[in-house]
Design a protein around this ligand. Structure first.
Ligand SMILES: Cc1cc2nc3c(=O)[nH]c(=O)nc-3n(C[C@H](O)[C@H](O)[C@H](O)COP(=O)(O)OP(=O)(O)OC[C@H]3O[C@@H](n4cnc5c(N)ncnc54)[C@H](O)[C@@H]3O)c2cc1C
Length: 385
């Protein structure tokens, strides 16, 4: 990739992904039940080798997969992303035994993963999480997990969960441990949630669920790093998902406004319409470039990844909301019919502004990084000139 465009091989790969999504994934997505894990779709993502790519690709290729799939089939995009989010901690921090047990099934789409960080009382402030990992009273060195997780994508139907639990009371981010918890552990139950987006999501309840040292991902009490490392990788790719949705809305709008008769011509002949479409394209392209740049910075190990990832996620998700809303407006009433692409995108586009760090949280990250990078003395910038 140059600073401004993808190389021809990546451009061709994106086109191939869009075709695969249209021809092989969308038919399976259409047969799925809203709010439930679509296992045939996950298995097809595995058969096509895309789930394996989750673990062999860098951040940029992850973004290209998410953008390309989102353009044609958001359900396939989300199923892919959730396998990555839930299983990345196992890939990056798991022991050989954990990786051998779980990752082949994740890669071939036979096992469904989930990432369980949020709780009813700890969303944006994830370090306030309260699900307790208490030492087993029998002195075995094992723990019991007790508490709740909420808004967990793929719950309660996933086969295993990366669960973040408090091992040191009152220690904030320093006292959290990541555990790999198989769904069939005694004491683990869950319930689906009915949300605006057509997304499998639910709650989890832990009633003294037994876990051992073999279930720890990474080191005890250092699980917050596992969560943040995973989110740093995925944050630009949420932006890529948003860019894919924005592009789909833009493409639909170009087709519609070019064909729709109005006032003795086509809608596109009205200058306000044409300028609105130009604005949608302008903002989508700006967001795309920022996402690619943030992902490339991640792959290069650049020092300013947190700031760039936050900027990319913020800009792209807010842009997609703007573009999808404008597309609805330019389509008129038909866009609001149940089952219309834009009705679907209108529901899909809202949640990414909240999850994996709400837009306000991204602004807080950007500001913190700016002040960290800035000269510490008020007069330093002037003196340095
Ligand atoms: C579709 C969907 C899927 C999800 N999937 C998962 C998942 O798989 N795993 C998981 O662990 N979680 C998941 N979540 C939960 C998600 O991560 C949380 O919703 C998110 O962290 C925000 O937490 P909250 O909803 O409790 O909002 P709160 O933290 O209560 O925040 C509410 C609002 O307050 C404002 N706000 C919060 N913090 C600040 C701040 N620092 N500065 C300024 N304003 C602020 C923002 O406007 C924010 O939207 C999912 C959520 C959704 C909607």
């Amino acid at each position: 990739m140059t600073a401004f465009s993808l190389d021809p091989a990546r451009t061709a790969w994106c086109a191939e992904l869009r075709t695969l999504a249209a021809e092989q994934l969308r038919p399976l997505a259409e047969k799925g039940e809203p709010g439930h894990v679509n296992r045939p779709l996950v298995a097809e993502l595995g058969r096509l080798g895309l789930l394996t790519r989750l673990f062999t690709s860098g951040a940029l290729d992850l973004c290209l997969m998410r953008e390309s799939l989102a353009q044609t089939c958001t359900e396939a995009e989300t199923a892919l992303a959730l396998q990555g989010l839930g299983a990345h901690p196992v890939h990056a921090y798991g022991t050989a035994a954990q990786r051998d047990r779980w990752l082949p099934g994740v890669r071939d789409g036979a096992l469904v993963a989930a990432f369980a960080l949020s709780e009813p009382g700890a969303g944006s402030d994830a370090a306030a999480l309260a699900l307790r990992a208490e030492p087993d009273p029998d002195g075995s060195g094992h723990w019991r997990l007790t508490g709740e997780k909420c808004w967990i994508s793929n719950a309660p139907e996933a086969d295993f969960y990366t669960v973040f639990a408090r091992t040191v009371p009152g220690a904030g981010a320093r006292g959290v441990t990541a555990f790999l918890v198989p769904a069939d552990r005694p004491g683990l139950t869950g319930a689906p949630l009915d949300m605006l987006s057509p997304h499998p999501i639910g709650t989890l309840a832990f009633d003294a669920v037994p876990v051992t040292a073999d279930d720890v991902l990474g080191e005890p009490d250092r699980g917050f790093r596992v969560a943040m490392h995973t989110l740093n990788l995925f944050r630009p790719s949420v932006g890529a998902f948003a860019v894919g949705m924005a592009q789909a809305a833009l493409d639909a709008t170009l087709a519609h406004t070019a064909g729709r008769d109005a006032f003795g011509g086509k809608l596109k002949d009205l200058q306000t319409v044409a300028h609105q479409v130009a604005e949608m394209a302008l903002r989508t392209e700006a967001a795309r470039l920022m996402v690619y740049a943030a992902a490339a910075a991640y792959d290069e190990g650049a020092p300013d990844v947190p700031k760039r990832a936050a900027m990319a996620k913020l800009l792209a998700t807010e842009t997609a909301q703007y573009v999808v809303d404008a597309a609805v407006q330019l389509h008129g009433a038909r866009a609001l019919s149940r089952g219309h692409l834009l009705e679907h995108l209108y529901r899909e586009v809202r949640a990414p502004r909240i999850y994996e760090g709400a837009s306000e949280v991204q602004r807080a990250v950007i500001a913190k990084e700016l002040y960290r990078e800035a000269p510490t003395r008020p007069d330093a910038a002037v003196e340095d000139q």
